[in-house]
Ligand binder design. Structure first.
Ligand SMILES: NC(=O)c1ccc[n+]([C@@H]2O[C@H](COP(=O)([O-])OP(=O)(O)OC[C@H]3O[C@@H](n4cnc5c(N)ncnc54)[C@H](O)[C@@H]3O)[C@@H](O)[C@H]2O)c1
Length: 326
């Protein structure tokens, strides 16, 4: 079927496009001009039709969606991550809220059959349960999470009011070759390969659901292809809660030259500002309704990241900002 992916030049979008094309679908990717890499890692240059446009330009979004009349739109474009959103709260609101409404309106105008909105575990705030089920209340604690939660409500509204067949897929820390931002695992790998020490003030006890990108995009594919999913919101993640110290320990084994110092406690957004504790995402609903079954262990996934970095296959220079979640 014809599928349009906003943010199709980004990390998740590229992997999703590749997976959908392998599954026999036709993919159009909508993204900003600077998102199209040469020789994208993990993307393996599938024949994706590219449309360059800005999410903030409602007419551009509408004409892209109308031009290709996709059966399904996956809305993955966003300003991503709590850390960046703390620095850019206004831009976060414009991209993640206005941008989502532009996509929803365009879907209505073009008669799109299904919309899948890519959301985040950040909407749960401090986890009350580990693993956290979809029915736990949203309690967003930063601009990124607040805008994603509000966008989820818009998806729900367009479904109830306009009968747009919208779904929300919440995911966690997605990782894999080509991950574009500085995060614990990308920093440790880059430091080790360049002979630097990796220093983290804190974070050893922070719990994270690390989801390998191939598993995530398989979950999305199942949600796209299912004739009638039983729920509107799905956690698509690994389902496992991993302390960050375990991630660091695996990388230390894979990269014997790595010199990692990881302080105790939770990750921090700044000195003395701990982030809310997370954990695993309960994926039983996706398992039952969609047949979702993640395959890639943390050890295997991290070793693929190390191999790709050694081979110079991480096409994106890492964002220079300090390490942060998602
Ligand atoms: N990567 C993670 O760990 C993670 C975790 C939870 C949720 N998510 C969600 O997954 C989605 C994809 O994230 P990602 O990791 O691939 O990030 P990414 O930054 O690689 O991809 C986002 C894409 O959105 C595009 N975009 C941003 N502003 C735009 C604009 N004005 N017009 C058009 N395109 C624009 C970017 O160019 C980029 O290609 C996001 O919605 C994010 O919130 C990601």
């Amino acid at each position: 079927m014809e599928i349009l992916v906003t943010g199709g030049g980004g990390f998740v979008g590229r992997h999703l496009a590749r997976r959908l094309i392998e599954g026999g679908h036709t993919v159009t990717a909508f993204d900003k001009a600077d998102a199209w890499p040469q020789g994208a890692a993990g993307g393996a240059s599938p024949p994706v039709r590219r449309i360059t446009g800005d999410l903030l330009d409602a007419a551009a979004v509408r004409s892209a969606i109308e031009a290709f009349s996709p059966r399904v739109v996956v809305h993955a474009a966003a300003l991503v991550g709590p850390t960046l959103s703390l620095e850019e709260p206004l831009l976060t609101a414009r991209l993640n809220l206005d941008g989502t409404i532009h996509v929803l309106e365009a879907c209505l105008a073009a008669g799109v059959g299904r919309l899948i909105f890519v959301s985040t575990e950040e909407v749960y705030g401090q986890f009350r349960h580990d693993p956290v089920p979809e029915d736990d209340p949203m309690s967003p604690l930063n601009p990124y999470a607040i805008t994603k939660a509000a966008a989820e409500w818009y998806v729900d509204f367009y479904h109830r009011h306009h009968r747009l067949d919208g779904y929300v897929a919440r995911t966690s820390w997605v990782y894999g070759p080509g991950f574009p931002r500085l995060r614990l695992e990308t920093k440790i790998i880059a430091d080790a390969l360049e002979g630097r020490e990796s220093l983290f003030r804190s974070g050893a006890e922070h719990l994270v659901d690390y989801t390998y990108v191939d598993d995530l995009v398989d979950g999305f594919r199942l949600l796209i292809e299912h004739p009638r999913p039983g729920h509107r919101v799905y956690n698509i993640a690994s389902g496992l809660s991993q302390p960050i110290r375990e991630v660091a320990a695996i990388l230390q084994r894979l990269l014997p030259a790595a010199r990692v110092t990881l302080g105790p406690g939770l990750l921090e957004t700044g000195p003395g500002l701990p982030m809310p504790q997370k954990g695993g995402l309960d994926i039983s609903r996706a398992r039952q309704d969609l047949g979702y079954a993640p395959q890639v262990s943390l050890e295997t996934g991290l070793s693929r990241c190390v191999e790709a970095a050694r081979a110079g296959r991480s096409h994106h220079p890492l964002s220079p900002s300090r390490p942060g979640p998602t």
